[in-house]
Design a protein around this ligand. Structure first.
Ligand code: GAL
Length: 752
């Protein structure tokens, strides 16, 4: 039976590689050679928040791990599964090269079986080449993001029987008017030199209750992989997976030979029908306009090397804070934890292969073909994924190349459509969905161009805008108020236009979070300030364009785009005053007096379910040299006050707030949670121009990721607190030169 152990700890790491390391057989030898102990996920070198040389983490490094192999493993097959090593890896066991892998975003398995040493040590060494090798996508030219370095995802030791299940592809077939069915392909791998007769049994369950089972027998060929097809028909009363109620089913496949269980394989699936047609995108027969943002999987200080909880949190932010229905995993396959969470919460995903504008030579393309295969065979059971991106983002046409990436995708997964993101007009349409980055809007009248202007076709096709805004209007969270307003309005205008234009089936803005980038991009400080949230996932005003697209019954949103200051804007005042809200109307009080009632700009932005309120005229606020006053905004829904927001005329730094995403984490030396520190005024509003520094104090079994003395960036900063392997209470507080936060507690408990 399969045994899977996470290899998170006990890795020895050094920032170089030498052949000498391949002759070393014991961890002590590595320690003696100044290797230091690290845990996964790991980045080759921590980076500062900004203004660093991106070459600093791009080098060849060595990771060594002593494996715990005993007699118990004899007769079994032993693998090491890597979820992601940036960008080229060579894997050695006891000095022997067993495997090479190109591509930092795709998983790979290394079989150790016949190389294991049962009489002594088993030393696994990974040579990780995190340089930007131009034989591997996305490298070969400039790229607007960083690819960080190291073994930045989890690694597992997997022990299975000689005949085991390698993968399972489930194809739920939804019948919206009758019983559904489930087709599966079970990939059975047999190391034996002779074929075997096996039974494969499927068990489908929902919340622990068995829904259906099906058994089949098959001959498993000698020394290779055999595909066993098992289908379950007549599935009645199947609960659909949808964005509102994402019902998930558990699927278990049991492999038996001569009645003896060899392997049990688990996966999770959802029954849903997702299809782009020329007239729109349909989820379970219902037309759904897609509203999304692009996500890079990067974080301050440690790049990609964030654990499960932090990855999942991003999905929650996109779904519950930004109220999106889709995320594009720009520009590569992202963490499996992130995708798992998308399944669990009903967030649709457009996943794509690694690449950025550049197409390399034949060797490079081979890696790209493999990326398509690896992405699809890793992720094909996620109901959240509705589209495979099989073009290199924004690359020029390359007929043969993209014909082949499309062919591979369709052959491997006939249940999903392909897309491929382009930015050149009239590019060849080899995919099922025409996905295009339309950056037409630069503040003027033009919002999005027509479908025909991009496709050149005389008929309507499935069509989605996969990027807009971004570099057209980079905006920092602490930028001047007029810029923040225009940033928000550009998201309003494009989302509105896309939603009211029949031929556009969705629009995905650039982007969710600011990200570190190469010097050729961004603000020169290695940050692209294109997010509606910053790198710490703290909202800019534009975030509320998205947050407000939810019923006020669920979450009333009222965010006037202003710092409420007399002289912040050009010439002064706060006009035009844009209020991002889902309220039916908002009443404004100035200096304690009723000023008026204001309604959303429905005629102007009919595409948005909850358009903003735009106020052009408040007499007292427009002139330089007059007095200033407190403001109060009261939001109503169905005649009742649902939310109130106060602004004070004379803010001072009153409090340093501290807030953790979680009050409990696991004491596994890997888990982490975000802690946000924000300076606020007397009524709790942020103070974006407070340039103080804070000292973060932590006691107990935890560590701060990144520096513990940091400047507030736009009055606010966050850090991630990581557990150690000791359970206990972690306490955190921060002091600035002027303020001290409360002390908060995070319990770090054993994983059960
Ligand atoms: C696009 C590109 C993105 C990002 C964006 C900035 O061209 O696909 O990765 O660079 O521009 O707006």
């Amino acid at each position: 039976m399969r045994q899977v152990t996470k290899l998170s700890h006990g890795w020895l790491f050094k920032e170089d590689f030498s052949d000498k390391y391949l002759t070393m057989r014991k961890s002590e030898d590595f320690r003696g050679d100044s290797f230091k102990e690290v845990s996964l996920p790991h980045m080759t070198r921590e980076i500062p928040y900004n203004y660093f040389d991106e070459k600093m983490y791009q080098f060849i490094s060595t990771y060594a791990h002593q494996l715990d192999i005993t007699e118990h493993h004899r007769g079994k097959r032993v693998f090491v599964d890597f979820e992601g090593v940036m960008g080229y890896a060579e894997v050695f066991l006891n000095g022997e090269l067993l495997h090479t892998h190109k591509g930092g975003y795709t998983p790979f398995a290394v079989e150790l079986t016949t190389y294991l040493n049962f009489a002594g040590e088993n030393l696994l060494v990974v040579k990780a080449d995190s340089t930007e090798r131009d034989d591997i996508p996305p490298f070969g030219n400039v790229i607007d993001y960083l690819c960080y370095g190291g073994i930045y995802r989890d690694v597992h030791l997997r022990v299975v029987e000689p005949t085991y299940i390698d993968n399972l592809f489930a194809r739920p077939k939804v019948n919206l008017n009758g019983p559904s069915s489930l087709e599966t392909t079970v990939f059975v791998n047999n190391a034996a030199p002779q074929s075997v007769n096996a039974q494969v049994k499927l068990k489908l369950s929902y919340q622990g209750e068995t829904v259906a089972t099906k058994e089949t027998t098959a001959t498993i060929d000698a020394a290779q992989e055999t595909k066993v097809e098992v289908a379950i028909h007549e599935l009645k009363n199947i609960k659909l997976w949808d964005i509102d109620v994402p019902n998930l089913y558990q699927l278990e496949a049991t492999l038996k030979i001569n009645g003896e269980v060899q392997d049990i394989y688990h996966t999770r699936i959802g029954f849903r029908e997702a299809i782009f047609k020329p007239e729109g995108f349909f989820l379970n027969g219902r037309k759904l306009h897609i509203r999304g943002l692009n996500r890079h999987q990067s974080y301050p200080y440690v790049g990609y090397a964030m654990p499960e909880r932090v990855q999942k949190r991003d999905a929650d932010i996109l779904k519950y804070e930004l109220r999106l229905n889709l995320v594009r995993t720009s520009h590569y396959p992202q963490s499996i934890h992130f995708l798992d969470r998308c399944d669990e919460i009903g967030l649709l995903v457009f996943e794509e292969i690694p690449g950025w504008q550049h197409i390399g030579g034949a060797e490079w393309k081979e890696v790209s073909y493999n990326d398509v295969r690896a992405m699809i065979t890793r992720d094909w059971n996620h109901p959240s994924i509705i589209l495979w991106g099989v073009r290199i983002n924004e690359s020029p046409d390359d007929h043969d190349f993209f014909l082949e990436t499309n062919r591979i995708a369709r052959e491997l997964d006939p249940t999903r459509q392909t897309g491929g993101v382009r930015c050149h007009r009239l590019s060849e349409f080899l995919e099922d969905v025409f996905t295009v980055n339309d950056f037409s809007h630069s503040g003027g009248e033009i919002i999005l161009d027509t479908q025909k202007s991009w496709t050149g076709l005389d008929h309507q096709v499935p069509y989605m805008v996969t990027e807009f805004n971004g570099h057209m209007f980079p905006t920092k969270r602490f930028d001047q108020e007029e810029r923040l307003m225009e940033h928000a309005l550009r998201h309003v205008r494009v989302q509105d236009k896309a939603a009211k234009t029949d031929e556009i089936h969705g629009s995905i803005g650039w982007c969710a979070f600011d990200y570190n980038t190469h010097f050729e991009f961004g603000a020169g400080d290695r940050i692209c300030y294109h997010g509606v949230m910053d790198m710490f996932r703290i909202p800019k005003f534009a975030a509320y364009v998205y947050s407000s697209q939810v019923s006020p019954k669920e979450d009333p949103v009222l965010e006037p785009v202003t710092l409420w200051a007399r002289g912040e804007r050009s010439i002064g005042g706060v006009l035009p005053l844009v209020i991002l809200t889902n309220c039916d109307h908002v009443d404004i009080r100035l200096a304690g007096q009723d000023f008026g009632r204001f309604y959303p700009a429905r005629e102007k932005f009919p595409g948005l379910e909850y358009p903003p309120i735009v106020i052009d005229h408040i007499p007292e606020t427009g002139e330089w040299g007059s007095t200033w006053f407190d403001g109060e905004f009261i939001g109503y829904h169905e005649g009742k006050e649902v939310v109130r927001k106060r602004f004070i005329k004379n803010p001072v730094a009153a409090e340093l707030t501290i807030k953790a995403d979680d009050t409990q984490i696991y004491a596994d030396g890997q888990d982490a949670t975000r802690v946000v520190f924000q300076a606020v005024d007397q009524v709790g509003n942020p103070l974006p121009y407070l340039a103080d520094f804070i000292k973060i104090e932590l006691t107990g079994p935890g560590e701060i990721i990144g520096p513990s003395e940091v400047a507030l960036i736009g009055g606010c900063v966050a850090t991630w607190v990581k557990s150690t392997r000791e359970p206990g209470t972690i306490t955190i507080r921060a002091n600035s030169t002027r303020l001290t936060s409360e002390t908060i507690r995070i319990e770090s408990t054993r994983h059960v």
